[in-house]
Design a protein around this ligand. Structure first.
Ligand code: SF4
Ligand code: SF4
Length: 82
């Protein structure tokens, strides 16, 4: 689970550049979550946020990706969500 504190986010965009799955974007100088279902909870966005505005709580994201990849191996084309 990702949380962005809009009161400390400066809209610098660092988190959007390091995210490997295009989960985040910046709109009106504040980061926003576009596709949380694609988050693998790698923590790169949190590590690279200079304002400490972003936190990533480990949950089911990684497990979800692993399961999804297993399903795709068994049935290529079964999932189109990224
Ligand atoms: S934890 Fe990783 S995958 Fe999730 S939003 Fe941050 S950089 Fe992207
Ligand atoms: S890296 Fe941090 S301060 Fe910069 S846009 Fe992302 S959440 Fe906001």
């Amino acid at each position: 689970m990702i949380h962005i504190d809009p009161t400390t986010c400066t809209g610098c965009g660092s988190c959007t550049k390091v995210c490997p799955h295009g989960v985040l974007s910046v709109e009106k100088r504040i980061a926003r979550i576009d596709a949380e279902e694609r988050c693998i909870e790698c923590g790169a966005c949190q590590l690279n946020c200079p304002a400490h505005a972003l936190t990533v709580q480990k949950g089911t994201g990684c497990l979800f990706i692993i399961i999804k990849e297993d399903i795709l191996k068994l049935n290529p084309g079964a999932c189109s969500c990224g």
